[in-house]
Design a binder for this molecule. Structure first.
Ligand SMILES: [Zn+2]
Length: 380
């Protein structure tokens, strides 16, 4: 893996981790916040329905109270009428009694003194009529008149008492309705408070959700920018030939003793043993044409015994694998290993270039066994 890409990937991963932790710290994810929003809306709707029921109850109670109030004022009018009637009846009774007393006194003057005395001492008709032994002394007319007046008073009194009782009942009903109204009004109030609380929660949750979505969007943009930057870095590396130090990791292809030293090649431009027009001696290695900056790798593990400049090989690297086996890598734009360094199989050693005697960017890969060039293909 290329160093910069690796670094970029590590950064993206670290960033993703940070975002992940940030979301955990809030203990809410977008999914959870959305689920909560639905739940709160349901709760609010249920509370609104309950409130509507209570309000209907309250309206019924208020309507009952209005009706009772109307009945009460009707009853008050009836009671007032009865009171006036009673007063009038009492006046009539008393008038009758007084005129009767005058008439009897005149009639019996000089007669039964005891009867007259009792008559004068009687405070009311009732009082007089209770004195039964004297009632027979009254004329039938007086008796009937007195009884009639007395009955009228009694009737009106009873009527008023009944009205008063009805009035008291209505008052009691009104008190009950008022108590119910208070109770239901309190329920409506607490339901309204509950709805307001849910509404606050909905608001807070919606703000959280918006923030989470913003954070997620920001994280997504950053990831995209990082990926773009990593791509640009990779393109710059393979395009410009600028040297960058290899930072660990190996690139191994195939199952042979050697891995391909330039897997990023465009094509193989020359073969071991090939006799070319401009060179009388057979070609000592394989040429891999590749864009400047394409990484080159150690074919096998070994010790770098040469890493530097040569007029013919340009920037070159020589690796000793032991047992008489040596590999040579030529024409690099830059190299990223140094003499004496141990390299792993597939470890990057440099970047393709066209330094030294070269007609275009390529890697010259040469294999020698005991100092004699051999075909690299037999090791790959
Ligand atoms: Zn060559």
């Amino acid at each position: 893996m290329k160093g910069q890409m690796k670094k970029a990937a590590a950064f993206v991963m670290a960033f993703a981790l940070c975002i992940g932790l940030g979301m955990d710290a809030g203990a809410v994810t977008i999914d959870e916040a959305e689920k909560k929003a639905d739940q709160l809306e349901e709760e609010k709707q249920a509370a609104e329905e309950e409130k509507a029921n209570l309000t209907a109850q309250l309206n019924q109670i208020i309507s009952d109270m209005n009706e009772t109030e109307k009945k009460l004022s009707e009853k008050e009018a009836e009671i007032e009428a009865a009171e006036n009637e009673l007063v009038q009846a009492k006046i009539d009774e008393d008038n009758q009694y007084q005129s009767m007393k005058k008439r009897i006194k005149f009639m019996y003057e000089g007669g039964n003194a005891q009867f007259l005395e009792i008559l004068m001492e009687s405070k009311s008709i009732g009082d007089l009529l209770n004195k039964a032994e004297y009632v027979s002394l009254l004329s039938a007319y007086d008796r009937d008149m007195l009884t009639e007046f007395q009955n009228t008073v009694k009737e009106v009194e009873e009527k008023e008492a009944a009205l008063q009782e009805e009035y008291a009942d209505l008052n009691e009903l009104q008190d009950q309705l008022a108590a119910q109204q208070t109770e239901v009004q309190q329920l409506v109030n607490s339901k309204e408070a509950q709805i307001a609380e849910i509404q606050d929660e909905i608001q807070a949750n919606s703000e959280t959700l918006e923030k989470l979505k913003e954070e997620a969007e920001k994280a997504k943009r950053l990831r995209e920018e990082q990926a773009k930057a990593a791509q640009a870095a990779q393109a710059a590396q393979s395009g410009s030939g600028v040297s960058a130090p290899a930072s660990g990791g190996t690139v191994v292809s195939g199952s042979g003793y050697f891995t391909h030293p330039c897997p990023g090649m465009t094509y193989q431009s020359s073969y071991f043993g090939e006799v070319r027009s401009f060179d009388p001696t057979p070609h000592k290695g394989n040429d891999y044409a590749a864009p400047t900056g394409t990484p080159t790798y150690a074919a096998a593990a070994g010790t770098v015994i040469q890493a530097g400049w040569s007029n013919s090989a340009g920037n070159w690297v020589v690796i000793n694998h032991g047992n008489g086996l040596v590999t040579k890598y030529m024409h690099h734009s830059s190299i990223c290993v140094s003499s004496g360094q141990y390299v792993e199989k597939g470890q990057q050693i440099g970047y393709v270039g066209s330094t030294g005697q070269s007609t275009g960017p390529h890697l010259h890969f040469q294999v020698e066994l005991n100092g004699v060039a051999v075909s690299p293909d037999s090791y790959m």
